[in-house]
Structures are given as C-alpha cells and as structure tokens.
Design a protein around this ligand. Structure first.
Ligand code: ADP
Ligand code: MG
Ligand code: MG
Length: 917
C-alpha cells in the first residue's frame, strides 16, 4: 500500500534531505536535521503525492491517509507526552506547507492548532501562564481565520481585518505593542475574532481539534493553486505538477515569556556573503513575528550578549549545518523557556554579491570544488555586479543639503531611483507605462510579489533583514531598504510623512540598498566596481574585492567551458568593453548602424535615390572610405580576434525620411525634386518588410553594394595588417535560403578580396559564410555549406520565420500565449528548442556532413540567454555571440553547460563523492 506519511522525532526520521520531491524542502530538511542530531520537535510530513492525488480527485484525500495520520499523531503524542485535545495535557501542533522548491511565504502556516475554549483553560492550569495561552489562542484563531476561512483583506488599500481589531484594542488600552496587551485583552481578542468569523462565514469557529486539523491540511493543499502561489511559480519556473507537502509538527513556544523567543538566521551574511552569523530574533514572540515585521527584531550579535549559552549552541549548529550541507543555510529556531529548537533549514537565498563571495570563500575553505561553485551561481545574477551604484560625492552632497530622509536596514544592495508608489498594483501599472517606481509599503506580503518585481527598489517602514521584503528583494536582485521606522505611511491618501516632510505618490526618491539611506529626489549613479576596473579602468583590481571574486569565477568558468564567447558590436568602444568582459571575437558586426554615422547618411540616401548604376556607384564611392575607417577601428580594437561582418541587411526604406518636410530637405540637399524623392520612398514601401527586399536580396539586385562593402572590409584588413596587427575578417551574407544566393554573393566577395590583395601586394586570411535565419537555409544546410565556411544562427529572424510571428507585432498575443503556456517562455528571449532549436540541429548536422570543420555560432539575442547558451553547447556549436554586457553571463552559462555534460571520465570521481555525502 502506498505510504503517504513520514514521521520524524526523537533523533530518527523516515525521510531525509534527498527526498525533497516527495517531502518538500521543509519536510526533507526537518527529517535530515533530526537524523543529524539537531533538536527538532517531533512531527510528520504528508507527501506531495497527496497533493497530486488531491487535485486529480476533485480535492479529496486518498482513503488510507486518515488512518496513517492518526497513527502518526499517536507517535507524536508518545514522543511529546501530551495528547491532542486533552484538556489536562494538550498537544498543540503547527500545520506547515512545504513545496520542493522553497516558496518563501507563499503558503501559510498555522500555529497552535488544537486549542479551543476548553483546552485553553486546561492549558492555563497546566502552564500557569494565562497570557501565553491566550496569546497563542488569538494567534491561532487569527491564522486559521485568514488561511482556512478566508478572512483576508480584499482591496489593495485595506489592511487585515484581524489587525484592525487588534489596532482598535491597542488604541482603547493606550498601548503600542502586542506584548503590552494583557491576558484578558487577548482573551477578549479571541472572542472578537470569533465574532468576526461568525459574521463573515456564518459558522462558528471549529472547536474540535481533528476538524481543525483536516481543515488546515485541506487549506494548505488548496493554497497550492491560489493566485500568489501561481504568480510565484510563474516567476520562478516551478511546475504546477510538483505540488506541496504538509508538515504537522508539535509546537514549541517562543511566546512563553522573556526566557523564550524565536528567530531567523543565515549561516553567512545573505547580502554581502561575509562569513558571519547573520540573523534576527525576538524574545517572547512566535515565529512569524520576526518575518512579518510587526515588531522590529534584534540582531544576532545582541543574542550573543543577552544569552551567550543559546548563542553558542546556535553557532555550533550553524557550523554543523554548513559542513553537512556544504552550503549557506537559512534557519529558523525557537527558544522555549531557555531550550533551543530547530524548526527549519534550507539553502539560503542571497544576493548576487553574496552568491559569488560565498562560492569563492567555500572553495577556499575547501567545502566545495570550483566546479560546484560555478553550478551555484545563476548566470543572470552576474547582472547585479554590473549595475550602477550611487556616485558617492553626489550622495554626500544630497545628504549635506538635508535630503537624507531616513536610514533603514540595508536589505538589498545597489542603487535605485524612482517615483514613490504605495501599493503593488500601482507599481505594476506605473511600470507598464514606462515609469521607474519605488514600491513603498508599511511591510510587504506575498501578494505584493508582482509589484516588487516591477519596482526599481523597495522601501518598507517595518521589518528586519529577514522580513518578507528583504528576502524577496534579495532573491529578485532588487534594491531594498527595510524597517524605516521613521516613515509614517498613509495608504488611504497615498502619502507618507518623514522628518516633517510630506512625500506624495509620484515624488522622486533614491534608495541606497548598500547603506540603507533613503534620499529625497534623484541621486546620480556611477558604474559598478567591476565596470570601474574593467571598462573605465579607474579602479585598481587590488582595491576592488568584488571585482576579484568576479575574476575568480570567470577564470574557473573559462577553465571548463568549451564554447567560445563572442560579442555583437559595431563600434570600437563597444568592442573594447566586450573584450574587457572577456569576448573572444565579434560574432556580429552590423554594418547598417554605420550608415547613420557622421557624414554617412547623406551618401547612403544618394545611393538609394540613384537612378542608374553609375549614380549609385558614385554615391557608394563616397561611402567606401567612411566604412573602411569604421572597419579599421574595429579590427584595431579586436587586435587579432576574429570579426564577423554582415553585409547590408535591412530594407532600404529604413534609411530614407518618411515625412514631407524631411523629404523636401533631402531633395534640396541632393538637388532633385521633392516629387522624385517622395515617389522613390513610396516605391520602397512594402507590406511585409520583414519578408521583403532585404538581406542578401539587396546585394543580389545591387551587387555594387556588396562590392563596396567587401572592398571596405578588405582594404581595412590590409591596412591594419600593415600595422602589424593580425586580422581575421569573416564576411557574413544575411538571409540566405538558397545556396545560389550565397554563390552569387560569394563570387563578388572573393573577387574583391583577390583584387585588394593584388593591389596592395599582401595576403590575408578571411572566411565567407552565412547567417542561417530562414528555415529553408537550415533545411538545405548541406547545400549551403558547400559554399559557406561558417554558419551563424540569426535566431531573431529564425524565430520569426519559423514561428511565422513578427516580433514587432507579437506583443498582443505573445504575452497571453506565455500565460496560457502555449510557449513556456517568450521565444524571442529563450530559444524555442522544439522548433527553432530543431532547425538549428538539422543545420549543424547537415552542414558538417559536407564540411566537417564548419564553424558554427549564434548571433541572435539568444546568445546571451543562459538556457539558449546551454542548447548551443548541446548541439556542438563553436561559439555564441551576445551583447557586450552579457558576455560574463554567457561565459558562466557556457561553463555550466559543459559541466552538466562533462565526459564520464571526469565526472566519475565527482559522482562518487556526491554519493558518499
Ligand atoms: P514559511 O514556509 O512561511 O517559512 P513555516 O512553516 O516555516 O512558514 O512557519 C512560519 C513560522 O512559524 C516559522 O518562523 C516557524 O518558526 C514557526 N513555526 C512553525 N512550526 C512551528 C512549531 N511547531 N513550533 C514553533 N514554531 C513553529
Ligand atoms: Mg519558514
Ligand atoms: Mg536577420
């Protein structure tokens, strides 16, 4: 018979860390912690299979579950020496959700389950602590009301109905903190809460503990498909089919008095990665208090002073966990009357800065290998290291002039400037219309996820370094300043008061997430440390610790990757930046941007408006020296690295003016009539320019254009070679679908190359190849490769032509398509492996079948997307090419792809090692 329930307690567990799929992350780690001897309150996990069953069977449970749960409860009761519902000696439990991947705060936990009016009175007798009992009871009714019975705020400016009752109570008693309420106040709250529930739902709050328990279990499974869980899964690619587990665990109490408390910590600093114990706790509080940010918690360093014994125990556990998991962990603990309990551990979310520092440090501490370090850094995270920071001088002067509004916790490093909005839907809406926003909240909750994603930065009035806002911001790589108690936020008027100033919705503010400063107005930014070292060269590497870590990671990545990394650049300065980031060549130098440069658009337009070949050649002759010097600049900057230059690609109408005034001006410039200009522009009009007169079609109808461009390339090559710099031009013909097109163009290119070599009396190496960007080109790759010496996948166009979708017109249906999961991702961002990828695979195989040394690359936008890079590795391409700032990302992605499919001889040892632990 299927087993659905896994017990843990008294030093032994039926589960273990490797069983995450079945037990969820939380359940698997509770089991693991139990097994390695950490103090974990007894409990059991209902497996994710039940969740799957629940949704497959009209939200019902498997038959055998009831009896399994009963048995497991009996086991907890035995372990804890208390009984569910026993008035004299009641066992209370928590109901905790836990999916495979951690979904912070996505599904709600219910604490203190098992309390009812009678049990509460019994527990008062047992503990002699009335305040504790009614504090626990009111929390239970509140959580149960919220999670199971659906008493939640409905409108965005509303607050929690239970919080309204609590606030009213506090006001009537003239107190500020929950802890100042008396036992009687709390008991009063319980009945007020129950009334609210009765009013809202029409039924009484359930008194029977087992009814409570099954209600809660159902709610956890139900919450797997609530809106915010779905939104979170979308954002982080968590499949719906995974399901969640439910953990039922005996309660330990952090709210039993001043010798009790609860905390959340990281085994290293989650913002910077420094190897220090990093966390927060609150005395006389229950779990959620620290995370929810209703009271501002104390730092771990305070615990070291106030309770050195507990601190020492925790520090020992911190080290034990890091050794055991070989990973930075995020832990939750509770102290009950001076005794420590562990309630959760998992691999800790961290900023990109921390991810990199921790990975590098752990390699140095010999906890992990350099390969493992690479696998632990999400390539996209490198983006964060390249992002601007505030210019210190500018910030200082802003502070001096009195613009410092307040200082909070530096929860998410980086610099952000934007306009204040006070709720998540507004953040989304403003962002949609192109505004930069700072989402400002008293505290954030999982409902705010989408708004947080839309914001440049997040600012909260309450909560600590481990508050929801801080956790999520770090994970998203957002700038975040949390816990600014000085902010007096009023949701209803969309304003806040701080330091006697009134900040309204739409006002500009700046957040320094590295220092916690909140500054009125805009503060200018400057390049990040990595950029200052590599690009500006204004900082010495030895003065740049973050750069040094970056450099180590990049060096390891280069050691393991097989793909070469090139860049898409058409100007020498772009090319130089890319080289600084590690580019090994140019994979796509577009020539059309050059025609817009200084003095070039004039002759370009003359060429387009020309009536005869003679006129056209005259105009092209003016362009030749200009384009040649562009290429010289590029070759010089690339200093011997290969450069792929694409001949003219866009339709000609993109180069001519479309408004009458501009056409008249152009006519006057060239000395022809306006009517002629107008007529010519009209005649260039196309219904489907994307499928029109562009690409190699231009060069075939106007061979003199290809001729001029080839000449510019080869003369530049000869000139630069004469300076003693190696050159390796690769001439790339776009939009080829038929080998005859390529043959036509290749003849011109080779003839001009011969001419230039003869004229200049030199020899240089060059290649002629093509872009594969229409399906016919891919499918006839074995014909095309008889002429082409290289292929480069133009996956922007290849995606358009394969899917029959125009990227410029797709927004209206592509977004809904992704929402409906017709395509898992925007195919213009992440390569569509099934369609476009399949064509690429065919092209590589067919191409190499006739030319075994065919060089293959990619130059579409996908070249900088980690998943697409992985695919390029898998189909044995030689290189990927991406924009300069994505080069580091591509290097890491390429290394990770190589490590994933390392040949068996290399992985055997590693596999053995990982089995052992
Ligand atoms: P999340 O998945 O949102 O982190 P948890 O299941 O970890 O939710 O529970 C939230 C809080 O409740 C935690 O901080 C934890 O400390 C506390 N908690 C959960 N179970 C227990 C328990 N059995 N005893 C005491 N506190 C608990
Ligand atoms: Mg937790
Ligand atoms: Mg193209």
């Amino acid at each position: 018979m299927a087993k659905y329930v896994y017990f843990f307690g008294k030093g032994k567990a039926e589960g273990k860390a490797e069983m995450k799929n079945l037990l969820g992350g939380k359940g698997a780690n509770l089991a693991e912690m139990t097994n390695i001897g950490l103090p974990v309150p007894a409990g059991f996990t209902i497996s994710t299979e039940v969740c799957t069953y629940y949704y497959a069977n009209k939200k019902s449970f498997p038959k055998s579950l009831q009896s399994e749960v009963k048995k497991a409860i009996a086991k907890i009761e035995k372990a804890m020496g208390a009984k569910v519902g026993d008035v004299k000696n009641p066992l209370l439990v928590s109901i905790r959700s836990g999916a495979r991947a951690s979904m912070p705060g996505m599904m709600d936990t219910i604490l203190n389950l098992g309390l009812n009016d009678e049990v509460a009175e019994g527990l008062v007798k047992k503990t002699n602590n009335r305040r504790f009992v009614y504090d626990s009871y009111r929390r239970f009714v509140q959580m149960y009301g919220d999670v199971v019975l659906g008493l939640k705020p409905v409108h965005k400016d509303e607050i929690d109905p239970f919080e309204v009752i609590i606030e009213a109570k506090k006001k009537s008693k003239g107190v500020h903190l929950d802890t100042e309420l008396t036992a009687d106040d709390l008991k009063d709250l319980v009945s007020l809460f129950k009334n609210a529930i009765k009013e809202k739902t029409g039924s009484d709050f359930p008194q029977d503990p087992m009814t409570q328990l099954w209600g809660a279990v159902g709610a956890v499974f139900g919450s797997w498909s609530n809106d915010r869980a779905i939104a979170y899964r979308k954002m982080y690619d968590i499949p719906e089919s995974w399901g969640t587990a439910v953990n039922i665990q005996s309660m330990v109490f952090g709210n039993m008095g001043d010798d009790s408390g609860t905390g959340v910590a990281f085994t290293r600093d989650a913002a910077t990665g420094e190897n220090v114990f990093y966390g927060e706790y609150l005395m006389n509080a229950q779990g959620e208090d620290v995370v929810a940010g209703t009271r501002t918690p104390l730092p771990m360093s305070q615990l070291a002073k106030d309770n050195p014994t507990i601190y020492a125990q925790l520090d020992k556990i911190r080290k034990k966990l890091e050794k055991h998991y070989r990973e930075m962990n995020d832990i939750e603990f509770t102290i009950q009357q001076g005794k420590l309990y562990m309630l959760q551990c998992r691999s800790g979310k961290r900023t990109a800065f921390a991810a990199i520092r921790i990975a590098v440090d752990m390699v140095e501490e010999k906890l992990i290998t350099d390969k493992e370090a690479l696998m632990r850094i999400d390539p996209e995270q490198l983006n964060q290291l390249l992002r601007p920071v505030f210019d210190l001088k500018e910030k200082e002067s802003a502070v001096k002039s009195g613009r410092l509004l307040t200082k909070g916790l530096n929860a998410g490093p980086g610099a952000a400037t934007g306009r204040v909005v006070f709720n998540a839907p507004d953040a989304e809406a403003w962002k949609k219309r192109g505004e930069l926003v700072i989402l400002t909240r008293i505290e954030t909750s999982p409902e705010d996820i989408k708004g947080m994603d839309a914001a440049e930065g997040i600012l909260t009035a309450r909560g600590g370094m481990t508050s929801h806002a801080a956790l999520v911001a770090r994970q998203m790589g957002k700038v975040c300043v949390a816990g600014c108690a000085a902010l007096d936020i009023d949701y209803s008027t969309h304003t806040m008061k701080v330091k006697g100033k009134l900040i309204k919705e739409g006002d500009w503010i700046s957040l320094d997430g590295t220092t916690g400063e909140v500054i009125e107005g805009k503060v200018p930014t400057k390049p990040s440390e990595v950029l200052r070292v590599l690009v500006d060269k204004s900082l010495a590497p030895k003065e740049a610790p973050i750069y040094q870590e970056y450099a180590k990671i990049m060096a390891w990545a280069d050691k393991y990757r097989r793909l070469k990394i090139r860049t898409n650049a058409d100007q020498p300065d772009q090319a130089l930046n890319a080289v600084a980031f590690g580019a090994e060549g140019i994979g796509l130098c577009r020539t059309e941007h050059m025609f817009f440069g200084e003095g070039k658009i004039g002759p370009m337009r003359e060429m387009i408006l020309a009536d005869t070949v003679q006129e056209r050649k005259a105009a092209l002759a003016k362009l030749l020296p200009l384009q040649r010097s562009d290429f010289e600049g590029i070759f010089e900057a690339m200093n011997g690295r290969p450069v792929t230059i694409r001949t003219i690609d866009p339709p000609l109408h993109e180069f001519v003016p479309h408004e009458e005034a501009a056409q008249r001006q152009l006519a006057a410039q060239i000395g022809i009539t306006y009517e002629k200009v107008h007529h010519r522009v009209e005649s260039l009009h196309e219904f489907n320019p994307m499928l029109g007169f562009r690409g190699c079609r231009l060069g075939i109808i106007f061979p003199e254009i290809t001729e001029m461009q080839s000449r510019a390339i080869f003369e530049a090559a000869a000139n630069i070679q004469a300076k003693g710099i190696k050159v390796e031009p690769e001439v790339m013909i776009p939009l080829v679908g038929n080998v005859k097109e390529l043959e036509h163009q290749e003849k011109i290119v080779r003839r001009v190359a011969d001419e230039v070599m003869k004229e200049k009396g030199v020899k240089f190496r060059y290649l002629v190849g093509t872009m594969i960007e229409i399906p016919r080109g891919a499918i006839t790759a074995d014909e095309i490769a008889t002429v082409a010496e290289f292929f480069s996948f133009g996956t922007n166009d290849l995606t358009q032509t394969t899917l029959g979708v125009s990227r410029d017109d797709a927004a209206r249906f592509l977004v809904p398509y992704v929402e409906k999961e017709i395509y898992p991702k925007d195919p213009f961002e992440v390569l569509d492996r099934g369609g476009v990828g399949a064509l690429m695979k065919i092209a590589v195989e067919k191409g190499r079948s006739v030319r075994s040394d065919l060089k293959v690359g990619i130059c579409g936008e996908h070249g900088g997307d980690p998943s697409s890079v992985e695919f390029c590795h898998e189909i044995n391409q030689n290189y990927v090419s991406c924009s300069p700032f994505r080069v580091p990302i591509a290097r890491l992605a390429a290394a990770r792809a190589a490590l994933k499919d390392a040949p068996p001889s290399k992985t055997k040892k590693a596999a053995k090692k990982s089995k052992k632990k």
